[in-house]
Design a protein around this ligand. Structure first.
Ligand code: TXE
Length: 496
């Protein structure tokens, strides 16, 4: 029996790729292909963009008011909720993340649809008490147009919904290019959009590589904005492409987040927080707490605690609820992580746990890496500065609060930071001084549809989730209405 084939979803129709070419999607647990996704090209992408543009300018969608858009998003939320378990299974098969995490993620995902459904008709302009006589002035918030979304392989649907829910609530239309490594769930999701009854062209999915379809999306003049999550290098390339037509962008990029542990912290909780920061999702998350900054006086005791928990991690089939560390999603990523293990060792870091690929019998042929901890890391080493995106923790010690802040901020990234302390004054002061879009105190890796998320420095541009996010898919317009009976001197600007 052949592998299941997916098709592009363009203008409300299922279409084979125009060159009839497909890409094998590999299950990282078996290292074998399990389905085929279309290898799109510029022709496919152009069709999707044109359909989205038509849907934005004509037909049902632009006539629909915000309340009606909200109702449709709510309906989609209900449908996604009914199919959450199926979507979770697809994602686990495609990207190897744990079913325990993906099931929870997919059951939570509709919250973004409900939140922005509710927000859709609460976007209010203002009447401005303008400083000119006989003049009425007010603001309107209008959608941008076609949104091009480019998503990565680590949490495909979650990172898509962060873009889709506010974009559609605001009245835009959407073209999605999922990662070529994990596109299946996007097509499964498109079936649910179809079922919800969105007008054709409002939501489109074209799969393929960054070079073959991504570049067409980012360079197309009819695309108003690119919303991207992925690697920093790709993000910079997209930013340049988008500049050609001065497209708006939001970029959610890499990180090298510190998890900072002070001696007065609740050390048992802090150790669990450090584990969740780096070994959950096999370290393949932008918010990975990949640098453990620990106060020197508790260094040995604390590292021992972390190592003790990490040692108990059960590896194996991500579809089993027992598994705690799954495979790496892609072969290139697996090779990248292995190369960083060599780099760290060559730099003089001391490997106190793992440090190699995992050959445990329960790992089969999958792309597994042993949970790895390096001590004696200096913040200038590559292992402390560059994003590894795997289960690899670098431990760096500090003398005092000043040094902790210096080390935490001394990277090009600024996505997140964790702080473990029982000292409230310190928690508040450092929350302000850490250069990161998210600071967690006595917790790590927690997210909500209500809370804006995004990066400082080279971790990105813009915010996703919360009320902030919808304004990134809207543009303000000022309307001036004169009630004067006469037009004043036309040769000078009207300032009075
Ligand atoms: O990401 P890419 P890759 C980081 C992580 C990882 C590294 C490389 O460090 O090791 O990036 O991973 C699309 N025009 N993150 O190579 O290339 C691509 O097809 C338009 C962090 O897999 O950034 C996919 O859909 N699009 C991260 C998306 O970009 C292009 C999540 C992401 O892939 C393109 C993933 C192009 N020219 C990786 N080239 C996070 N922030 O969570 C590629 N793409």
């Amino acid at each position: 029996m052949g592998l299941p084939h997916y098709q592009h979803y363009i203008n409300g129709k299922w279409c084979p790729p125009s060159n009839n070419d497909f890409i094998e999607s590999i299950n990282p647990y078996t290292a074998k292909p399990w389905c085929l996704i279309p290898r799109g090209n510029a022709n496919d992408m152009n069709q999707a963009i044109e359909a989205a543009h038509l849907a934005f300018t004509q037909g049902e969608w632009p006539k629909m008011n915000a309340t009606a858009r909200g109702a449709l998003l709510r309906k989609l939320g209900d449908i996604v909720s009914q199919h959450a378990e199926h979507l979770a299974q697809i994602e686990v098969t495609d990207n190897g993340k744990l079913i325990a995490e993906m099931s929870a993620q997919l059951h939570y995902l509709p919250q973004w649809l409900y939140y922005y459904a509710g927000l859709a008709d609460k976007i209010e302009g203002q009447v401005l008490p303008i400083d000119k006589a006989d003049m009425f002035n007010f603001t309107l918030y209008e959608p941008l147009g076609v949104i091009g979304a480019i998503t990565p392989w680590n949490s495909p649907l979650l990172l898509m919904i962060w873009k889709l829910a506010p974009a559609l609530a605001a009245g835009n239309t959407f073209v999605l290019k999922p990662s070529e490594f994990t596109s299946a769930s996007a097509f499964e999701f498109a079936k649910l959009v179809e079922q919800a009854g969105f007008p054709p062209g409002v939501f489109n999915v074209v799969s393929g590589t960054g070079q073959e379809v991504g570049d067409t999306l980012t360079a197309h003049p009819l695309v108003a904005k690119i919303a991207f999550t992925g690697g920093t290098q790709t993000g910079k390339h997209i930013y340049q492409q988008a500049a050609t037509h001065l497209k708006k962008v939001s970029l959610e990029l890499g990180g090298k987040s510190p998890n900072i542990v002070f001696k007065e912290a609740h050390l048992e909780n802090a150790a669990k927080g450090v584990i969740s920061g780096i070994f959950a999702a096999t370290g393949q998350t932008c918010i990975a707490g990949s640098r453990l900054l620990v106060e020197k006086s508790i260094h040995d005791e604390f590292v021992e605690k972390v190592v003790a928990i990490a040692k108990t991690a059960k590896m194996g089939n991500p579809l089993s609820y027992e598994t705690q560390v799954g495979p790496v999603t892609t072969k290139p990523q697996y090779e990248k992580i292995l190369s960083y293990l060599d780099i760290a060792k060559a730099e003089g870091a001391k490997c106190v746990l793992g440090g190699s690929k995992a050959t445990r019998p329960e790992c089969g042929d999958g792309w597994f890496i042993e949970p790895t901890i390096f001590t004696s890391v200096n913040n200038n080493m590559r292992i402390a500065q560059e994003e590894v995106f795997g289960p690899v923790l670098s431990v760096i010690s500090f003398e005092d609060e000043e040094e902790a802040v210096y080390l935490a901020n001394n990277v090009i990234y600024g996505l997140a930071a964790g702080l473990w302390t029982q000292n409230m004054q310190r928690a508040l002061n450092l929350s302000k001084r850490l250069q990161a879009g998210t600071v967690w105190v006595n917790t790590y890796r927690t997210l909500s549809f209500m809370s804006p998320f995004g990066g400082y420095k080279q971790s990105g541009i813009g915010r996703e989730s919360g009320q902030e996010a919808i304004y990134q898919y809207l543009q303000p317009k000022c309307v001036w209405i004169s009630t004067a009976t006469e037009v004043p001197n036309p040769f000078i600007m009207r300032l009075k």
